[in-house]
Design a protein. Structure first.
Length: 299
């Protein structure tokens, strides 16, 4: 996905995939993580990168790709607290001398992800680098790239609490993290409160209110385009389908199979299975520790 330059500004997207975990999903598919999109927004001399992934091999390959653009990387922006989007950020920051920026709510959730590493992330992958939270806020959630304003917009709960997006008005672009998905199964494992998926729908409304022409989703199918209207509609439709399936399917496996039947070509079946495990685990064990249920659903 590349943009047409607008007033000296453009963007490109790097898509990375983590190695599959051992074992298989219930349908025999590999336990492969959903592809992760990192967006490079650049001008004539400088650039800003979003969501640099979580493992050293991605950081190396992404860093080489960024270096090939021959711009100075000034900032690394993090959309939300889920570790798959940022655990490798410090490796890139050190390599390029860049600042890591995020909203206050995202920084709070980043700390929560670090606390969850021993019983979640480090059990899934053995090569995640040290991930101290060094991100800082910027005044009024705004910073600039060669005179072009970049706006960090807090939108509420996407697939994670305290999510944000990056709005680039001069490109008509929103870097949407996990608020918008693009041809990938959506993670519903954090939507465990009494309001269900309603907060996520409200976050989508907040993105739509920015009137973007293009969106880069945090998880995507490489074959998809970046049309904003299509992605917003598809993300909403998936939530409607997920909500209906959660009401009619009595088991995590039933939900998993139903959503794959609806979207056989979507990426991220591991994310689908983990979300199902969290939803039905809480349903079957309402008095149990919810963070433990969510973590065990990934393992």
């Amino acid at each position: 996905m590349n943009s047409t330059p607008a007033e000296g500004l453009a963007y490109e997207v790097f898509v990375s995939e983590a190695p599959a975990q051992p074992g298989a999903l219930p349908n025999g598919a590999p336990r492969s993580f959903s592809p992760i999109a990192s967006t490079l927004i650049y001008g004539q001399e400088n650039a800003v990168l979003s969501d640099p992934g979580f493992n050293p091999s991605t950081a190396r390959d992404l860093g080489d790709w960024v270096a090939g653009k021959r711009r100075k990387l000034t900032d690394i922006y993090i959309t939300h607290g889920h570790g798959d989007h940022w655990f490798a950020a410090q490796l890139l920051a050190d390599r390029f001398g860049a600042r890591i920026v995020a909203s206050a709510g995202v920084i709070r959730q980043m700390h929560a992800s670090v606390a969850a590493r021993p019983f979640l992330w480090d059990k899934m992958y053995d090569d995640i680098p040290p991930s101290s939270v060094t991100a800082v806020t910027v005044p009024d959630n705004r910073f600039a790239l060669e005179g072009h304003e970049l706006r960090i917009v807090d939108v509420g709960h996407g697939d994670a609490d305290d999510s944000s997006v990056l709005h680039v008005p001069d490109l008509g672009l929103v870097v949407a993290g996990d608020v918008i998905y693009n041809g990938a199964h959506q993670y519903v494992g954090d939507a465990l409160g009494p309001d269900g998926l309603a907060p996520w729908r409200a976050a989508i409304d907040n993105v739509e209110a920015l009137a973007p022409r293009t969106i880069v989703a945090g998880h995507l199918n490489r074959l998809g385009d970046d049309n904003a209207v299509r992605q917003i509609a598809a993300t909403r439709r998936y939530l409607d389908e997920a909500e209906a399936a959660l009401k009619t399917e009595t088991t995590a496996l039933g939900y998993f199979n139903h959503m794959i039947e609806l979207h056989p070509d979507y990426a991220g079946q591991l994310i689908l299975w983990a979300g199902a495990g969290a939803q039905y685990g809480v349903r079957e064990h309402p008095a149990a520790n919810r963070p433990q249920i969510v973590a065990s659903a990934w393992l």
